[in-house]
Each structure stands twice: as C-alpha cells, then as structure tokens.
Design a protein around this ligand. Structure first.
Ligand code: NAD
Length: 294
C-alpha cells in the first residue's frame, strides 16, 4: 500500500481521500480549513499541520484545489523542489489549460512524473468512487497514476499530453453549460405556448434534441424525478462552479483563437444569474431566471 499526500480536502477532495484510506493507503491530508482535516482523521487518515507533511516521504501527492492560482502557488512554493523526484504528482483540480501546462512543464523539467486529472461526477461520484478522470500527461505518468485513480473513479481516460485533461473537462462543461440553457429556453417557451413540460419531455427525450441536460438533469420540475429541479435546486453542481468553468472556456477560446459565440452568451447569462443571487443554487436553476424573463 502507498503513502499518499492529499492537499485540498473540500467537497470533492475529502470523499476522494476517504476512498483512498478505505482502500488501505496511508493518506496524510492538509487543508486551510481545520474541519476538513478532522474529517479525514475521523475516517482513519492522518492530519497534516502544513503542506510539507503531505509532501515529504510519500509515493504520490494528489491536489484538489479550487482554481489555477491555488495550484500554481501550492506546487510552486510547496511541492516542486521539496518532494523527492520519484514522487508522482496528480492534480485533480479543474483549472485553466495554460496553468496546467506551465506547472506540468516545471515539474517535468525538475524530473517529476505529473498528470492533470480533472474529474466529472460531482460529490456523489466522489463519495461513491465512480468519478470519471480525464487525464493529461505522458503514457508512463498515466500508467503510474491509474492505480490511484482507479480507487476514486470508474472511468479513467487518457486524453493525451499535459493539460489535455483540462482541455477535455473544459470542452465537456462548455457543451453542458450551453445545452442547459438551450433546454431551459425551449421548455420555458413551450409553457408559454401551452405545451406541458411532460408532453414536451415525452417527445424530445426520444427525438433529435435529446441530451443529458434534458434526460438526466431536466431543469423543470416533474418529468425527471432525480433532477435538482425536484429538490428546490439544491446542488448538485452549483451555478458558481458552472460560471467558473464557462470562464475557463472563454479563457481557452481566447488563448487558442477559437470563436465561441454561444459559450460567450451562456457565460453572460450565468453571470447575471449569480448577480441575482443564484450562485449557491444548482446551475439548472438558471431555468427559473429564463422562465421569468420575457
Ligand atoms: P472546495 O472549495 O469545497 O474545496 C477546495 C478546498 O481546497 C477547500 O477546502 C480549501 O480550503 C482548500 N484549499 C484552498 N487553498 C489551499 C491551500 N493553499 N492549501 C490547502 N488547501 C487549500 O471545492 P470542491 O467542490 O472540492 O472542488 C475542488 C475542485 O474540483 C475545483 O477545481 C472544482 O472546479 C472541481 N470540481 C468540483 C465538482 C463539484 O461538484 N464540487 C465537480 C467536478 C470538479
């Protein structure tokens, strides 16, 4: 069994680290929030007092941090150069491609194996150990990381070189962010045309407009019992997180030179929804803003 350092024990990181403990690994965790560390200790892990406690004498370091600036600072000032060169580095945070590639390049130049491995599947998937990991890095780094990722996830996909995991994650969420708005606008218009949500769902869910935002996560209460719309839009995946990912998509569009007009409009709509107080609601609650506008 391996010794693992886990940095960032939030909504996602804590259940992921707990699954590693349950699989028999010795996990030392660190977070800026004390209760997050006690959560890991309560599950049989070790609590670090500082980042170094997760970095020295371990086989692998896993990070699950909010944004690129956190990843840049934790790797720049706490991991790279401090960890032994044979320590495997796995960043599971969702961050911008450019930061993922620049941190990965610094790690490679220092002789580390590193992958970016953002996830999809949310907190439910993190708890159940059924996350999808989109992994960027060399074949060798991917093979080294896979046994750890297998404990926390069900689908582990090698997407290519460093940063390609983030590219896959951002492209996926860009489609999701846009398609949720498309479904919301159509169902809101249907209501105004006198067509019930159930009738429209029965037709569209087996027609050419079928998509995940409709069949698994319908933003209108009723036809899909498990969707957040039936639980007062409790997240799930918050609107703030979706706005963050749509901003990452905009940054990637600018840096790659790709025009993304629908994604730009979708980001503006999510930002308006946050300004109206929706940030902690599930992102599908944007349907309510759309349905109330004329
Ligand atoms: P979170 O805010 O709950 O957890 C992040 C944790 O990182 C916090 O506990 C914070 O205290 C800690 N942290 C920040 N800076 C730190 C530092 N310097 N040292 C140690 N700890 C530090 O966020 P989350 O929901 O767990 O998400 C983490 C990442 O996973 C994000 O990039 C997010 O976009 C991505 N993600 C989240 C979900 C989801 O459903 N929540 C789904 C897929 C991907």
């Amino acid at each position: 069994m391996a010794k693992i350092g886990f940095i960032g024990l939030g909504n996602m990181g804590l259940p992921m680290a707990k699954n590693l403990v349950m699989a028999g690994h010795e996990v030392t965790g660190f977070d800026l929030i004390e209760e997050c560390i006690s959560g890991l200790v309560g599950a049989g892990g070790r609590g670090g007092e500082r980042i170094e406690d997760c970095v020295l004498g371990v086989n692998a370091i896993i990070t699950m941090l909010p944004e690129g600036k956190h990843v840049d600072s934790v790797y720049g000032s706490g991991i790279l150069g401090s960890a032994a060169k044979d320590t495997l580095l796995i960043d599971c945070s969702t961050i911008d491609v450019d930061t993922a590639r620049s941190v990965g390049e610094k790690a490679k130049n220092l002789g580390y194996n590193m992958v970016d491995a953002p996830v999809s599947g949310g907190t439910g998937g993190a708890e159940a150990g059924t996350l999808t990991f989109m992994v960027g890095g060399t074949e060798n780094s991917f093979n080294l990381a896979k046994p750890y990722l297998d404990v926390m996830g069900k689908n582990i996909v090698h997407a290519g070189g460093m940063g390609n995991g983030q590219a896959a994650k951002i492209c996926n969420n860009m489609i999701l962010g846009i398609s949720m708005i498309a479904v919301s606008e159509s169902f809101a218009m249907a209501e105004k045309l006198g067509l019930s949500a159930q009738n429209l769902f029965d037709i569209t869910s087996s027609s050419s407009s079928q998509c995940w935002a409709m069949t698994s996560y319908l933003p209108v209460p009723g036809p899909v019992p498990a969707s957040p719309a039936n639980k007062d839009y409790q997240p799930g995946f918050t609107a703030a997180m979706m706005a963050k990912d749509m901003k990452l998509a905009r940054d990637a569009a600018i840096s790659s030179g790709q025009k993304t007009e629908l994604a730009d409009s979708a980001l503006q709509m999510y930002e308006r929804f946050l300004a109206e107080g929706g940030s902690s609601k599930d992102f599908s609650a944007i349907y309510k803003m759309i349905n109330n506008s004329s």
